[in-house]
Design a protein. Structure first.
Length: 379
């Protein structure tokens, strides 16, 4: 089961790591490995959400998502998007950006380093909004209850996430951006650039969120209609409709999943800039991670174990919040990529361990309740 589901991911991992060694030596190997882990840790909750929706779709649309969707995710968002970021921030054509990345690494490194304040502000704001919207939502299951309970109450205030994000952006532009790090160790005032890029990141998040909400509303309408049809079939005695969705409903699901995946791709790609500016290593690492996320989605659908580790989604979002803070700090200060990469891994591992402890405690409580019932019956 594991080999069948993750076989392609294992193959892509082997090829990607070998390519990394030939391209960047063992340093490149390490960076690609960290980026792969980073992408998987950041996108785990994406895989969980994808699996919850994908299981409702018929075999044809599942195949479409896992084939065409992979091409869009791996080659589109993980390869094309980094080129677009460099081209826009460095004000050059995408072909020129790729040519520099491959043939003039020193010049490319200088351009990316000088453009880093804009990249960090854009990505930091996008990631921060993902984290804030998650932490302010009132959830039935809370991981760090002492923190999440009061924040969920504050989340009832309209537009609180946007207000906090704008305050963070303003403070960043007045502190870190006023003495931004540039190529060669120089520091310049990038307050205006950081402000504009941060606002662009906020707008991008709101557009993506709006599109996702639109498709989600369409899905809810289709699900309500199907529920009504099933109730009608039960009353009239007619055969009930299929459980899986096809046609227009499945098409809307596919669009929604692609928008959702694109929104989560932003954090992986933007977070990767905190680790490396090398577009080849970035594409290799994020591509490997994206393959595992797709395989994990299939595994979760086939195993039906979406609710086993309930704190993993929390851990992934805390990792996103940590990356947002790191990106803002790197506008002025350099932070080693190992530290950046390991923060996400530690948070995910912590949330996984907490999930295991929760499951064990629940199992012990159920076993004790069952033994008490047997004792009462025997008495």
């Amino acid at each position: 089961m594991v080999l069948k589901t993750f076989g392609w991911s294992f193959a892509v991992t082997a090829l990607g790591l070998v390519a990394a060694v030939f391209y960047g030596g063992w340093t490149g190997f390490g960076i690609v490995a960290i980026l792969s882990i980073l992408e998987i840790s950041l996108s785990f909750d994406n895989a969980v959400v994808n699996a919850g929706i994908l299981k409702k779709m018929n075999a044809f649309w599942q195949k479409i998502f896992l084939t065409i969707g992979v091409l869009i995710a791996v080659f589109g968002m993980r390869l094309v998007f980094p080129v677009v970021i460099v081209a826009v921030t460095a004000q050059m054509g995408p072909i020129e950006a790729v040519d520099l990345a491959l043939n003039d690494k020193d010049q490319y490194q200088q351009l990316v380093t000088d453009a880093h304040p804009a990249i960090a502000a854009f990505g930091g704001m996008f990631l921060l909004m993902i984290f804030l919207d998650f932490i302010f939502e009132d959830r039935d299951i809370k991981w760090l209850g002492w923190l999440e309970r009061p924040l969920s109450k504050l989340g009832k205030i309209d537009m609180l996430s946007v207000c906090i994000a704008l305050v963070v952006l303003l403070i960043t532009s007045m502190t870190f951006a006023a003495n931004a790090h540039q190529h060669g160790g120089a520091h310049v005032d990038k307050a205006e650039t950081v402000l504009l890029s941060g606002i662009a990141g906020l707008i991008t998040y709101m557009i993506v969120g709006g599109l996702s909400g639109y498709f989600e509303d369409k899905l809810e309408e289709e699900e309500e209609r199907e529920h009504e049809e099933e109730e009608e079939a039960a009353r009239t005695g007619k055969p009930r409709s299929a459980v899986v969705l096809a046609g227009k409903a499945a098409f809307f699901m596919f669009l929604y999943l692609e928008v959702l995946d694109a929104s989560f791709s932003f954090d992986g790609v933007i977070g990767a800039f905190a680790i490396t500016n090398d577009i080849v290593l970035m594409a290799l690492g994020l591509g490997i991670g994206a393959m595992y996320v797709r395989s994990l989605t299939v595994y979760l659908v086939r195993q039906g174990t979406l609710d086993d580790y309930v704190y993993l989604e929390h851990g992934a979002h805390y990792a996103i919040g940590a990356l947002a803070v790191i990106l803002m700090i790197t506008i002025q200060y350099e932070i080693h990529e190992v530290i950046t990469g390991l923060i996400g891994v530690v948070l995910i591992a912590w949330s996984f361990w907490s999930s295991l402890r929760r499951n064990k405690a629940l199992a012990e409580a159920e076993g004790k309740a069952g033994s008490d019932e047997k004792t009462e019956v025997s008495v």
